[in-house]
Design a protein. Structure first.
Length: 155
């Protein structure tokens, strides 16, 4: 969980910018798409679960074996309800760049994709890998065409 140390004028202006993006009317040529990720723990059962039977609920032990971690990217287009998720081994810059490439492929007729996301350290504007994936995904799209509204240097 994060918190904002101080709601200064710069923070408030950036938040208002993000809210203005959400208020735009729907335009298929310029979709507003939200991207976020979540780390997940991978668990394996220590004891086999017991299946449900007539009159008896299924049972699963609360003990588990930890099997590492993974990452889940979630993409949502709020105005249409469209969403999709992708699991990746981690949340590295390379995985982020692949995910951005995947988002671009999902909107082949979009002129500009307004991509709203947080400013996690792997969400770098000048990621060379992101540029290469975007080139392969759709001819060349200047990264400025993907409006990263929550990134501090998005302007």
């Amino acid at each position: 969980m994060w918190c904002v140390a101080e709601l200064d004028q710069q923070y408030i202006q950036k938040m208002e910018d993000v809210l203005a993006v959400y208020e735009r009317p729907y335009d298929a040529a310029q979709p507003v798409v939200c991207l976020d990720e979540k780390p997940v723990a991978l668990h394996a059962d220590v004891r086999a679960p017991i299946s449900a039977k007539p009159g008896k609920p299924a049972k699963q032990d609360n003990e588990y074996e930890r099997c590492g971690t993974a990452n889940v990217f979630c993409v949502v287009e709020p105005k249409t309800g469209r969403h999709f998720t992708t699991a990746t081994p981690d949340r590295s810059g390379a995985e982020f760049a692949r995910m951005v490439g995947h988002v671009v492929k999902q909107y082949p007729f979009a002129k500009t994709i307004h991509l709203v996301m947080d400013n996690l350290n792997s969400h770098t504007r000048n990621s060379q890998l992101a540029h290469q994936l975007l080139r392969r995904a759709r001819g060349w799209i200047p990264l400025g065409s993907v409006n990263r509204s929550l990134h501090p240097k998005a302007r």
